[in-house]
Each structure stands twice: as C-alpha cells, then as structure tokens.
Design a protein around this ligand. Structure first.
Ligand SMILES: [Zn+2]
Length: 293
C-alpha cells in the first residue's frame, strides 16, 4: 500500500475533525485535547474508528497542537514525546489490518519567528521532536495542517526530512483571496514546496467547501491536492460555535473539488463522520482529473 501510487489513479477520502467530536462529547474547550491520547485513549480510538467506518482511508492523529511550544500553555511542554507516541500508537492500532493510512498531524507552533528567536526556541528542534516521536509510534506519513506562514512550513518540512519521514502532506490555511497570511500567493507557495521536494500540497480550514472550490479553480490540476474544508462558516450560538453545512452539500462540493483537481478530500473544523460518509460516497467512483483544459 503506497499513498503516492494510489493517488495517481484514485481519489481518496480523509477523516474529519477530532476537536468537534470531543466538544460534542462534553470535553471543555480549555482542556488539552492532545493529552487525551494518554489519559483517555479509548475516547480517541473510538473517534478514529468512527471515521474509518464512515469511509476515511487516511486518519490523522490527535496531535495538531502536540508540539512542545503549544503544550506549554497547559504545563505539558515536557510531555510532547509521550503524547505524540501515544497518539500514533492509538491510530496505528485502529488502522492495523485495514486499508487505512495513518498520518501524524502537525500544526504550527503558534508563535512567529521573532518570538521564537526572543525566547531562544529552535523551531526545527521543536518540530523534529514531535515528528520523530510520531514516526516512532508508527505513523505512515506526516500531515502539516493549518500552516499560514511559508517560512514556518519550510522549517517543518526540513524537520520532517531530518526525522526520516517518507512522505509529508503540506497543507495551508489560505484566505479566500488565494493568499496565505504572509501575503504569498498559494500557487507560489506550492511551487516552492515542490522545489523543496514536497509531493502532496493542499489547503485546509478557513473556508467551507465552496470557498475551497474557488481556491482550486485558480490552480492547475497537475499537482496532488489535498483539500479539507470546514463545515461552512461558524456561527456563535448560545456560547459555542455551530457549523451548519449539511453533509449532502459536502457531497456535491466534493465532486466539484475532484473536478478541480483534488485527490484527497476530508473535513476540517465542524465536520463529523456524517460529512466524511457523504464525501466517501460522492467520490467513490471518481477518477482523478489530470488536466482542466
Ligand atoms: Zn479547521
């Protein structure tokens, strides 16, 4: 089973949000979600199982904020290795014996280069610690998600290489105007990543399905795109954020995303197994679009 090979001939379905399901289950938003991999592994395992049952062929570990810099907010800065290893082991255990890839989720550090320098933080080392323990724990690839700054993505990418990762998906959170926060055009960021050796690039978060279609319309279909939309724009209702994009709208959009070149489609904030089931059913018979002319 080789993900790059499979994506040449098929469109695959990814999983949806983990945080959304944890919030629905009553976990307070102030809690460290990643630490639950250690303290409540059954809960995380059940979420992975739900997404696989819904049709996800790639699941992501519950480690988005699992780097030492973000964990410091909870006083867990020395537990990054423990948490990431546990997270990888849970996902790998659930995927064992199934046609499912395990991707180690890695998010941005939440501080910029200036702050890192001022605090004496070696960003490469922080990413390296998280990535190497994810690999140790048994993930097949690394999934960089919700990055907004090209420089930070480049640092993370180099850390993945240093850690011996065989494959990494590089996914940006990109504004509807097609630029990431540093002002760089998404298309240029992707070009630079390909020059660095990246094989799969993508977008996640910040946009609903239709916004993602519009982002992809500006890009040529030659690349291997991964697309994980939010379930629409959040609305604030009675003290919490509600995402109200219906699964059938996700299904329609998934087909449009494939027409625009997407090879891997999952869900970001607000998505649940129903969205993933809708995507999986919608793209089951579709073949990759290799050219949009
Ligand atoms: Zn998101």
């Amino acid at each position: 089973m080789d993900l790059l090979d499979e994506l040449q001939t098929r469109v695959l379905c990814g999983d949806g949000a983990i945080g959304t399901l944890l919030l629905e289950a009553g976990i307070p938003i102030e809690q460290c979600f990643e630490e639950l991999c250690v303290s409540e592994p059954d809960r995380i395992e059940a979420i992975h199982q739900q997404y696989i049952a819904a049709g996800a062929r790639i699941i992501k570990t519950n480690t988005f904020g699992g780097n030492a810099v973000r964990l410091e907010r909870f006083g867990f800065e020395n537990r990054s290795a423990e948490i990431n290893r546990a997270a990888a082991q849970i996902a790998a255990k659930v995927a064992r014996g199934k046609d499912v890839y395990v991707a180690g989720s890695v998010g941005p550090l939440g501080i910029d280069g200036e702050e890192a320098a001022a605090r004496g933080i070696d960003r490469t080392e922080v990413f390296h610690e998280q990535i190497s323990t994810l690999l140790d724990g048994g993930v097949d690839l690394i999934f960089f998600e919700t990055f907004t700054d090209f420089t930070e993505m480049e640092i993370a990418w180099r850390a993945a290489n240093k850690s011996g990762a065989a494959l990494a998906i590089c996914s940006f959170a990109c504004a509807p105007d097609g630029r990431i926060s540093s002002g760089m055009l998404l298309a240029d960021a992707f070009e630079k990543l390909y020059e660095l050796g990246a094989k799969i690039v993508g977008v996640n978060c910040m946009n609903g399905p239709h916004g993602m279609v519009q982002l992809l319309e500006r890009l040529p279909a030659k690349d291997l795109f991964s697309v994980y939309p939010n379930a629409g724009q959040p609305k604030y209702y009675e003290g919490r954020f509600i995402y109200d994009t219906a699964p059938d709208y996700f299904a329609r959009s998934a087909r449009e995303l494939v027409a625009e070149g997407a090879r891997l489609i999952g869900g970001c904030c607000g998505t649940n197994p129903m969205h993933v089931a809708a995507i999986a059913a919608a793209i089951a018979e579709l073949r990759p679009v290799l050219s949009k002319d």
